[in-house]
Design a protein around this ligand. Sequence first.
Ligand code: CP
Ligand code: NVA
Length: 302
Amino acid sequence: MNHLLKLLDMSGEEIIETLNLADQLKYETKHGIEHHHLKGKCLGMIFEKSSTRTRVSFEVGINQLGGYAVVLGAQGSQIGRGEPVQDTARVLSRYVDGIMIRTFEQAEVEALAQYGSVPVINGLTDFCHPCQVLADLMTIREYKGALEGLKLCFIGDGNNMMNSLIVGGLKVGMNVSVACPEGYRPPQEILDFAGSYAGFQLTDSPMEAAKNADVVITDVWTSMGQEEERAKREAAFRGYCVDAALMAQAKPDAMVQHCLPAHRGEEISEEVFESNAKYIFEEAENRLHAQKAVMVLTMGRQ
Ligand code: CP
Ligand code: NVA
C-alpha cells in the first residue's frame, strides 16, 4: 500500500489483509510482544480540525511500533497562514517517513500524496474517514466472526462516515443499507460506486434501512466545519435517532457502532448508546490497532 487516501483506492483483499495485520498487532500488544516494525521512523501529523481519538491513537501507535510522532496544527504552523500544500508536502517529505493529515478538502490530501514523496494517511476529510471504517470493520468482524453477507445499516448524514462505510462495507462483501433525508445523501461519486452492487440500498426511511440489520451505525448530524447549519440540520434529521424503536427493526443480536464523539438524544438515544457501550469503546480501541496496521503497510516493515 503506498498511501491510505480513501477506501475507494483499496481492493476488498487489501482491506482484509489490513484487518488481519491489525488483529495480529492487537494480539501482540495485549500479550506484550514487541513489534518495532517502524523503529526510528517519524510520523508527521497535521491537524486542521479537532481530534481526540485520531491524535492519541496515532501517536501511541507509532510509539508502540518503535517510532515517534511530530504534530502540527493549522494554528502555530505556516499551514494556517496559507503555505501551499504542494510546498508543505515537499518540505515534510525531507524530514519525516510518513504523514497523517486531518483536514477539510479531500483534494488537499491527494495533493499532499502527489507532491510529497512519503506515504500519506487520511485521518479524516469532509469526504471520508478510512481509518475509522477500518476500525469499524475490525470490530464487527471481532464480534460477528465474519463480514461477508452481514447487513450493515447507517442512519443519518451522507457524510465522511457514511461514504467510507458504503465503500468499505460493499468491498468486503457486506450488504449496505443507508437512510438519509433528501438533501443529505452521499455524493454522486459514492452513489455511482455503490450502484454497481446488488447489496446496496438507499432510502429516506430509517426503519426500512434497519430491517434485519446485523450492525447499525450512526454519526453526528453536524460534522466539523458545518456548525452554522446546526439548527437546519436538527430539523432535517428529526426521526433519524437510533433508539429502541429503530433497533427493534434490526436483528435481535444486532450491534451498534458510533465513531464518537456522540450526541446522546440526537443521533443516538442514551439507552441504545449505553447498551452498546462495549462495542462502541472496542471500536474506539481498534483505531489504535487498525492504524498501526496501516502505518506498517504504508511506511514499511523492518
Ligand atoms: N472518531 C474520531 O475520529 O474521533 P476524533 O475526532 O476524536 O479523532
Ligand atoms: N462526521 C464527523 C466525524 C467525526 C469523527 C465529523 O466529520 O465531524
